[in-house]
Design a protein around this ligand. Structure first.
Ligand SMILES: [Zn+2]
Length: 229
């Protein structure tokens, strides 16, 4: 998995063994989106800038940026993100305040991938004890009321099981519609100006192997080439 290095430099950190990690703790910053990972790193590098007195740099082990980029935090060193649980937890944070807004699909997916990576590295399964929100361990609303931990655990499970969203197959309800589609696809590939790939799509439709995306792509390609008008 690709975890970007934003070049954050940390003070003296204590390594943690993967064998000792019992859970991944999910956080939000709880601030507006303008507050970045680098801002948090700066604030966690000076005790005068945060009430928790964190001084060694970004207190989280990992982060996911607003565009879904996975970012290195303290990684396999002890974090400072969840009082009483820092020695045996891996904290992953993302910018935003999910009491106010809803996490984006991109961010959720990257958080799930990061979490799945950590669980796999540590030999842990997904359950209510191994994947938790900060609020499950302390008196805080973090990672926000709109961050659904059950749905998130399901998403992590899917990542671990390698399940991808099933592509919907092209299955018109009438035989004639299916035949018309095949006819058109064949017509659209009948000479050199037309797209030869449509012949492959026609074959796929015949065998029932075409997805809706295949047929939509062929349609747009035909519109662009002026085959339809
Ligand atoms: Zn938190």
């Amino acid at each position: 998995m690709n975890i970007q290095d934003y070049g954050l430099s940390f003070g003296s950190l204590k390594p943690i063994s993967k064998n000792n990690i019992k859970r991944v703790v999910i956080h939000h910053f709880g601030t507006g989106k303008g507050y970045t990972i680098k801002d948090a790193h700066r604030d966690h590098s000076s005790s005068s800038r945060n009430h928790a007195g964190i001084t060694e740099g970004l207190g989280y082990n990992g982060a996911v940026d607003i565009d879904g980029t996975k970012v290195k935090g303290r990684m396999w060193n002890q974090g400072a993100h969840c009082r009483g649980y820092n020695r045996d937890s891996f904290g992953v944070v993302t910018p935003g305040n999910f009491n106010e807004e809803t996490p984006s699909e991109k961010v959720l997916q990257s958080m799930a991938e990061f979490t799945a990576f950590v669980l796999t590295e540590c030999g842990l399964e997904v359950n209510k004890k191994t994947v938790v929100g900060h609020r499950d361990l302390g008196s805080t609303s973090c990672p926000g009321d709109n961050f659904d931990m059950d749905a998130f655990r399901d998403r992590v499970k899917k990542v671990i099981n390698g399940e991808e969203e099933e592509e919907e197959m092209f299955e018109p309800s009438y035989r004639s519609l299916r035949e018309d589609t095949i006819d058109l696809l064949e017509k659209w590939s009948s000479d050199e100006q037309r797209n030869p790939i449509n012949k492959e799509y026609a074959e796929k439709v015949k065998k029932g192997e075409a997805t809706n995306s295949d047929v939509i792509a062929a349609l747009f390609s035909a519109i662009k080439r002026g085959d339809i008008l």
